[in-house]
Design a protein around this ligand. Structure first.
Ligand SMILES: Cc1cc2nc3c(=O)[nH]c(=O)nc-3n(C[C@H](O)[C@H](O)[C@H](O)COP(=O)(O)OP(=O)(O)OC[C@H]3O[C@@H](n4cnc5c(N)ncnc54)[C@H](O)[C@@H]3O)c2cc1C
Length: 596
């Protein structure tokens, strides 16, 4: 994106106070999108396809689209000084030794797709058939597959009907994993009874399967974040008259106008993200709709700062209540991972790049010249999906009736993902060693948390309670997952591989494993469902948005990001978020056509 198209708040909004009688037309937009993250970039791109509409996209982070920010291994390094990852602590987890966990999201154009592990997983059809079963018509897998296909340009699996070939967002599967241990883990899982499946995004994949993951990388092996895919520089240049992208700008609230019983979004208030420049406040007006795409931690915060949320909580924080919507910020879900850490030869681990500057330089040059090598590889190359209730005591998966593995049926979906990574996934500092992780992860958690305002100040990070183990049934599959990882590690050793225990359970009783889980669990950063979709504001399943993603009881306000998932999916969440944004754009265009 050229510097001339990088706009600040003063370029796109009227300084407050302004004269409402003569509000400048140039600061009035058909659509305003709040949050230029994973979903926001998709929506901005799709809505601005229509040359007759104007779109304003506001992102609190910078554009910062440098070469290094597209190199897979560099951009996923959350601890580098250039990283656009924002980090803060969750509230202490009352069921997990009062531990606070580090929360992370990407704050830049492209949002979390700028910093994540680039894994492209749609999730089994049963995820969406479950959404539909919860009363969300139009959200079954059959309804949604066309939206997955629409975005996608799959560089591998091109023969498959369910994969997109003409979309703008590229993904690929790496042919050969870079570490020997990946093969050995796969062999151990096969011995246990978990088959290797060629395409983990196939709707026909059984619920117990393993394989190599797809990653969102383009033909130059660069990270293909949603800003790069959906808002490439040329598109921004071509549409600069109707698509305004305003970075480093924080939306503080949605402006709402009440007329009789009707409450309507009429615009947004914003200011520079940099606190030193924030003394000036701005306002932009909307003709049709405001869409919140601020993610599962951001969208509920903006709603609450605007007076839409649980009445008692807003009153306690001194925010005037416009609409009592109890589900705002409630029902937070996330995947819970428990890393088992092993020492491996340094050459079998990503940490060789830190420990050996010459190797790092070689790999850097290799990437510059060929786009290949360690800097191009994802941290995680393979995964296994496992319905743990089918595992025997020795962790083997017996041959079962294939109907039990039909993942189009919601009940059959795997509840565990066993990830395998060539790096340290704990906070422990273990310098100079080669490290490898087996990461059993609960992907159908029953526990729920919440996002609440810490204060009414929109600059303050929200209070996030991840709520892990508020439902103790979550121990059952996780325990099995830890035991499965231990069995896989033992089998890998039997194959002659030098895998040495570093951070693993000290015993195998339930108590010892539960203690290990509490001490070592981590978030997988897959926050969802804090503005969940559903039929009604109250009743059995209170929700925030309807099936067209409109906030219940309000006009001109939608939400489209991970927060609207009716339930978390059994997969990494980025591809489903993009699908939600694609569907949202189509629905908005249909409605605009109908109105005109
Ligand atoms: C470290 C990490 C690794 C991950 N790895 C994977 C993976 O490999 N595969 C996968 O599928 N998923 C992965 N995920 C999860 C996935 O990336 C996210 O679920 C998804 O990108 C979320 O998309 P979103 O649009 O809902 O939110 P985001 O992409 O987070 O976008 C929200 C945007 O809104 C902006 N914003 C928030 N508040 C405001 C405000 N008040 N004003 C203006 N702007 C605002 C933010 O700055 C941000 O850019 C990972 C997540 C993390 C953190």
């Amino acid at each position: 994106m050229g510097k001339e198209h990088e706009l600040g708040p003063q370029n796109v909004g009227a300084a407050v106070p302004f004269n409402t009688q003569v509000f400048p037309e140039s600061y009035t937009y058909d659509y305003i999108i709040v949050g230029g993250g994973t979903a926001g970039c998709v929506l901005a791109s799709r809505l601005s396809e229509d040359p007759t509409v104007s779109v304003l996209l506001i992102e609190q982070g910078p554009v910062a689209d440098t070469w290094a920010s597209r190199v897979p291994a560099m951009s996923a390094n959350l601890y580098s000084t250039d990283s656009v990852a924002a980090q803060w602590w969750s509230l202490p987890l009352s069921h997990v030794n009062n531990r606070s966990l580090g929360l992370i999201r990407g704050e830049a154009l492209g949002g979390t797709s700028r910093i994540n592990s680039m894994l492209y997983t749609r999730g089994p059809p049963g995820d969406y058939n479950q959404w539909q079963a919860l009363g969300n018509d139009g959200w079954s897998y059959e309804d949604l597959q066309p939206y997955f296909i629409k975005s996608e340009n799959a560089r591998t699996h091109r023969e498959a009907k369910h994969r997109g070939k003409n979309g703008v967002w590229q993904n690929r599967q790496f042919g050969t994993p870079q570490y020997r241990s990946v093969f050995l883990v796969q062999r151990a899982l096969e011995d246990i009874g978990i088959c290797t499946y060629p395409d983990l995004n196939s709707p026909e994949m059984p619920s117990a399967a393993q394989g190599t993951l797809d990653v969102t990388q383009d033909d130059s092996y660069h990270r293909h974040s949603t800003n790069r895919a959906f808002l490439p520089p040329q598109l921004i240049r071509e549409r600069h008259d109707r698509l305004k992208i305003c970075a480093e700008t924080l939306v503080t609230r949605v402006a709402l106008c009440t007329e009789g019983d009707e409450v309507r979004a009429v615009g947004v208030h914003f200011e520079a993200t940099n606190p030193r420049k924030a003394w000036k406040r701005y306002f932009a007006k909307v003709r049709r709709e405001v869409v919140l795409c601020s993610g599962a931690l951001g969208s509920p915060q903006i709603l609450m700062c605007s007076g839409i949320g649980p009445k008692e909580h807003l009153s306690e924080k001194g925010v005037p209540v416009i609409r009592d919507v109890p589900a705002v910020g409630a029902y937070l879900q996330d995947h819970i991972g428990v890393p088992l850490t092993y020492e491996v030869p340094l050459s079998e681990s990503l940490h060789q790049l830190e420990a050996n500057p010459l190797k790092a330089l070689q790999e850097f040059i290799k990437y510059l010249l060929t786009g290949r090598g360690m800097l191009s590889h994802p941290f995680q190359e393979a995964s296994a999906f496992v319905p743990t209730w089918l595992l025997k005591d020795d962790c083997s998966l017996p041959i079962v009736d294939l109907r039990e593995l039909d993942a189009t049926v919601p009940e059959n979906r795997a509840d565990l993902e066993l990830m395998h990574l060539g790096n340290n996934c704990t906070d422990a500092d273990i310098p100079g060693k080669g490290l490898s992780t087996l990461l059993p992860t609960l992907i159908r958690p029953k526990s729920q948390g919440s996002v609440r305002l810490a204060t009414s100040n929109p600059r303050a990070r929200p209070d996030v309670d991840l709520g892990y183990f508020t439902d103790t049934e979550d121990y059952v599959p996780l325990r099995k997952g830890v035991r499965l990882a231990l069995r896989v590690a033992a089998d890998v050793r039997k194959q002659g591989y030098p895998l040495q225990d570093l951070i693993v359970p000290t015993g195998t009783s339930d108590e010892e494993i539960d203690q290990f889980i509490r001490t070592n669990l981590r978030t997988c950063f897959h926050y969802t469902s804090t503005c969940r979709m559903g039929a009604a504001v109250d009743g059995e399943r209170p929700s925030v948005v309807d099936t067209r993603l409109r906030v219940h009881g309000l006009k001109g306000l939608r939400v489209a990001d991970a927060s609207v998932f009716p339930e978390i999916v059994c997969a990494h969440t980025m591809a489903p978020v993009v699908m939600v944004a694609e569907k949202c754009a189509v629905m908005m265009k249909e409605e605009a056509q109908y109105i005109s």
